[in-house]
Design a protein around this ligand. Structure first.
Ligand SMILES: Cc1cc2nc3c(=O)[nH]c(=O)nc-3n(C[C@H](O)[C@H](O)[C@H](O)COP(=O)(O)OP(=O)(O)OC[C@H]3O[C@@H](n4cnc5c(N)ncnc54)[C@H](O)[C@@H]3O)c2cc1C
Ligand SMILES: NC(=O)C1=CN([C@@H]2O[C@H](COP(=O)(O)OP(=O)(O)OC[C@H]3O[C@@H](n4cnc5c(N)ncnc54)[C@H](O)[C@@H]3O)[C@@H](O)[C@H]2O)C=CC1
Length: 495
């Protein structure tokens, strides 16, 4: 039942992931005498630690899950309430929570993230990976598994096929090459040999140790009494999420990955259904009775396995906010935001995975649902809220000028800059490529002689120089292929 004594607050932020916490911290430091409520469904919040600027636009940081008390201690004007938002009444500037509370706001920022967009719903044999609970479930199931099937060709699939040991992995991708959200076929070819190679020894430090130690004792003011709802709405995992858990199956082997290219899922059968289906494959390993689940692919093959991982993207968490309100929603189901992070509802902003950037982007930026962008958007949304209250102008921040992402795949450092896959450029571009097997892969995208994108795999040390060349849009036509000549120290050249 709704609490009649509704609370009122100048700023309310929904979501304790990177976007929500970054927004809350910025509001708290900009408005130290105003109260900020951070409403979040999960018992722990995410914090950015060891933030380092690698270059003008590239940033690197660790992410820790922390009890809510830490942010409250750091910012006395912040109050964290652990409760799921059930409804937003935007006209009334009011939120209703699962605890039956009402909360009025003057300015609201929605940072409720996303959830796995599974290729099939309601199958006990299909797992999505998003938060700590789902990662632990994966670990538990894997510890009893001999074979799994991974569907999807983006970040999670790339990480998983490399990390899983002691278990056969069948990786089914829609495309002609692996890793299509990050790479082209050339880069994929460069990475393929690492897929079967032994992994180097892992450092023993575990960045996610807090997950287990703090979990038992959430310190929020209003602890969630319903563990089920928190489980469904945990914050997203991020860099190095697999370092804290052992992803090992039951078999005595390191890696074994088999890729099925250019296919999708036709049907998933339980063991029982498979027995009576006419779809039995000649592959003896898909014999009925051997496996708990069978997956039939569009290329005619059927695999039996212990379970299936659906690493098929993210759907923004918008449900509690849409009903009765007038949000404009993008094709990918995100809340559309303008260049001030405003949604179509007055005084409601959004940031991170829940939103879809709908401003005219700079020619070398695109949205991808990544940790860095969640941090930047959360922080920028807070600055926009502040500018609006103080009636000050604010321009789109420099961080939205050039897309930049630094990560690791197959134990290689990977830097992506600008239109790294020539996204949206049609035929109007040329590519320069330099590749040294097992060492580095460098791809540059040029448009009208100017650099507009790059993929750097390995320790290339080119990121700063290339970033500068992209930002200053220098005409490089005169250099031709010499631009990637390994005998020229390009850094000195363009300094
Ligand atoms: C396995 C995995 C690995 C990844 N690796 C990387 C990587 O290496 N590099 C990278 O850049 N990105 C990575 N990402 C992506 C990155 O984690 C996300 O883009 C980013 O964390 C999104 O942050 P967010 O704050 O928008 O959302 P989330 O982290 O999803 O946070 C949403 C918050 O909202 C809360 N919430 C949701 N609904 C409600 C509600 N109704 N009421 C109250 N609270 C609610 C949730 O409890 C949660 O706290 C990875 C993602 C996954 C799943
Ligand atoms: N190191 C990094 O930067 C990492 C980033 N992430 C991020 O986490 C989020 C979730 O990761 P992913 O689930 O891997 O999403 P993703 O968006 O990276 O990749 C989704 C993949 O699934 C494919 N796909 C979609 N529907 C499909 C279907 N029905 N059948 C077969 N394939 C289908 C797409 O073609 C795409 O290859 C993403 O935002 C991703 O960018 C995740 C892991 C690592």
């Amino acid at each position: 039942m709704a609490n009649k004594t509704a609370k009122s607050c100048k700023f309310v932020v929904v979501g304790g992931g990177i976007a929500g916490v970054s927004c809350t911290e910025q509001l708290a430091s900009q408005f130290p005498s105003e109260k900020i409520v951070l409403l979040t469904a999960a018992p722990l919040i995410k914090a950015v630690t060891n933030f380092k600027k690698v270059s003008k636009t590239l940033e690197n940081f660790d992410v820790e899950e922390q009890p809510c008390s830490i942010i409250e201690r750091k910012y006395p004007n912040v109050k964290v309430i652990q409760s799921e938002v059930k409804q937003l009444q935007a006209k009334e500037h009011k939120l209703l929570t699962e605890n039956g509370k009402e909360l009025h706001y003057e300015k609201l920022c929605l940072c409720s993230g996303g959830k796995p967009k599974l290729f099939i719903h309601d199958s006990p044999h299909v797992l999505g990976i998003r938060d700590t609970d789902s990662a632990q479930e994966l670990q538990k199931r894997l510890s009893k598994a001999k074979r799994i099937v991974v569907i999807g060709n983006g970040g999670i699939a790339l990480e998983l096929v490399y990390e899983v040991e002691g278990c056969e992995v069948v990786w089914a991708v829609k495309d002609k090459a692996i890793g299509n959200t990050f790479f082209d076929a050339g880069a994929a070819q460069f990475l393929i040999p690492s897929m079967g190679a032994d992994k180097p020894e892992r450092a023993t430090t575990c960045k996610r140790a807090r997950y287990t130690t703090d979990r038992a004792a959430p310190e929020c003011d209003e602890p969630n009494r319903n563990p089920g709802s928190a489980e469904k709405l945990g914050s997203a995992l991020g860099p190095d999420w697999h370092e804290g858990i052992e992803l090992r199956g039951t078999q005595e082997m390191s890696h074994r990955v088999h890729v099925e290219y250019q296919c999708e899922v036709l049907k998933v059968y339980s063991a029982e259904d498979f027995l009576s289906s006419p779809q039995r494959s000649p592959d003896p390993s898909s014999d009925p009775g051997l496996w708990p689940v069978y997956i039939q692919l569009t290329n005619g093959k059927t695999y039996g396995c212990d379970f299936i991982v659906s690493a098929t993207g993210v759907t923004p968490n918008t449900e509690p906010f849409l009903q009765g309100n007038n949000f404009t929603v993008a094709e990918d189901s995100g809340l559309k935001v303008d260049d001030h992070m405003r949604t179509s509802e007055p005084d409601v902003y959004a940031a991170g995975d829940v939103c879809t950037a709908c401003w005219e982007p700079s020619p070398m930026w695109q949205q991808m649902r990544l940790w860095t962008q969640a941090r930047q958007m959360g922080w920028f949304a807070a600055r926009c809220i502040g500018a609006d209250l103080l009636d000050e102008p604010i321009e789109l921040d420099f961080c939205f000028e050039l897309f930049s992402h630094i990560t690791k795949f197959f134990n290689y450092k990977v830097v992506l800059l600008g239109k790294f896959n020539a996204q949206g450029l049609g035929q109007d571009h040329e590519l320069l490529i330099r590749c040294t097997k097992g060492e580095e892969y460098v791809k540059v995208v040029l448009r009208q002689g100017r650099m507009v994108g790059a993929v750097l795999i390995g320790e290339t040390n080119l990121e700063e120089t290339f970033e500068n060349l992209m930002l200053n849009q220098m005409d490089l036509s005169a250099y031709g292929e010499e631009l990637l000549n390994p005998n020229i120290d390009i850094e000195d050249y363009f300094d």
